[in-house]
Design a protein around this ligand. Structure first.
Ligand code: SF4
Ligand code: SF4
Length: 352
């Protein structure tokens, strides 16, 4: 381990408070009136971040807000010729640097999926790119996977350091934090003091334990050919998804779902263009202006979601799954749909 700092649990709130004076700091918190829901929210003095279990919603909203103004516009009439109009646009808003502290390896992998689409695709998304460039991901090595997690089944794991800037290893009374990137190295000296030999030894032991965990028994990669084979098996898909309510919760909480809708909110001659999350599980998601809907039935929408994550995306991006195995869609589905079981059914003999 190189460039490691140690910070005790007691010191952490004060350090996060200091860092929040320099950049926006997002931590997992219990918010609202719900007793158990945890979401990433701005750190405020006195708040109590929750690190012992996964957040209910993913931290994707930090880099991809649920609803954001892309720009504001104003139509200007040419007074000498009222039939002519021009449009004035405001610049992009200034993005503040940010630190996401305490996300899980599966969440960091979720941003890898976003990076493929919003940074490496045919067009770079300027809104995501600006936030991404200014955001430090400080990932907590995952000691507490639960029965819904299956990160090892999709090519990752609870010790996966990919796509993180800082790597946080929980030890007895605090955290050993290692810088993995240049962005991480810049922030690291804010976190306590260089780790001592015994703290590094403890951290290495924890890391070894985490690296040895297999979370999710079946290999769910490489399901593309089975998906294609089953594509027209309408009975199979109807049977698999019969209890789904099309509520969209699975996609909104998913760290790898990135679909959005664009709307203009205008009043008179001025307004704003908004980008808001959308869900492929909604009936109107694919409805066209003519009224025609190419995926009118629930099974067609669910089949598309499974196909996107386990077949189309890996086909396009060198085998990478568009599912990080975080288990949120399983844990939070009101009718206990389990995407693992569906992929397992595609692969028939696998044991999830
Ligand atoms: S959360 Fe469950 S019920 Fe809701 S759309 Fe997703 S699978 Fe269907
Ligand atoms: S599909 Fe489910 S398990 Fe996979 S990344 Fe999305 S929420 Fe997590």
């Amino acid at each position: 381990m190189t460039e490691c700092y140690y910070i005790s649990q007691n010191e952490l709130p004060a350090v996060l408070e200091t860092v929040s004076g320099l950049m926006d700091v997002w931590v997992p918190l219990k918010t609202g009136t719900h007793k158990t829901a945890i979401e990433f929210a701005p750190f405020t003095p006195g708040c109590r971040p929750i690190f012992d279990r996964q957040s209910t919603s993913s931290p994707k909203s930090v880099l991809f807000p649920q609803s954001e103004t892309l720009f504001k516009f104003r139509y200007l009439k040419d007074e000498s010729d009222p039939t002519r109009q021009t449009v004035a646009l405001t610049d992009l808003e200034e993005i503040r640097p940010a630190l996401v502290f305490g996300l899980r390896p599966c969440d960091a992998r979720g941003f890898l999926v976003f990076d493929k689409v919003f940074l490496d695709g045919i067009a770079k998304d300027p809104y995501y790119a600006k936030r991404r460039e200014k955001t430090v991901l400080a990932t907590l090595a995952c000691k507490t996977p639960d029965s819904a997690c299956f990160c090892s089944s999709v090519g990752s794991g609870p010790g996966d350091r990919q796509n993180s800037d800082l790597w946080i290893i929980p030890i007895d009374d605090g955290f050993v934090i290692e810088a993995l990137t240049e962005k991480g190295r810049e922030v690291l000296p804010r976190f306590g003091k260089p780790a001592g030999e015994s703290q590094i030894k403890q951290a290495e032991k924890v890391q070894k334990h985490i690296d040895g965990l297999t979370v999710g028994k079946a290999d769910l990669t490489g399901a593309g050919s089975e998906f294609t084979r089953r594509f027209t098996d309408t009975e199979f898909w109807r049977d698999q998804v019969s209890k789904c309510l099309s509520c969209g919760m699975c996609t909104f909480n998913c760290p790898t779902c990135y679909c959005f809708n664009i709307t203009d909110d205008a009043h008179g001659l001025e307004g704003e263009r908004l980008r808001s999350w959308d869900s492929c599980m909604f009936n109107h998601y694919t409805r066209e202006a003519s009224g025609h809907n190419p995926r009118p039935e629930k099974y067609e929408r669910f089949r598309n979601r499974v196909g996107h994550k386990f077949s189309y995306f890996p086909e396009r991006y060198d085998g990478m799954m568009a599912c990080c195995g975080c288990g949120r869609c399983i844990r939070n589905c009101p009718v206990s749909m389990d995407i693992r079981q569906i992929v397992r059914s595609l692969k028939e003999n696998a044991d999830v």
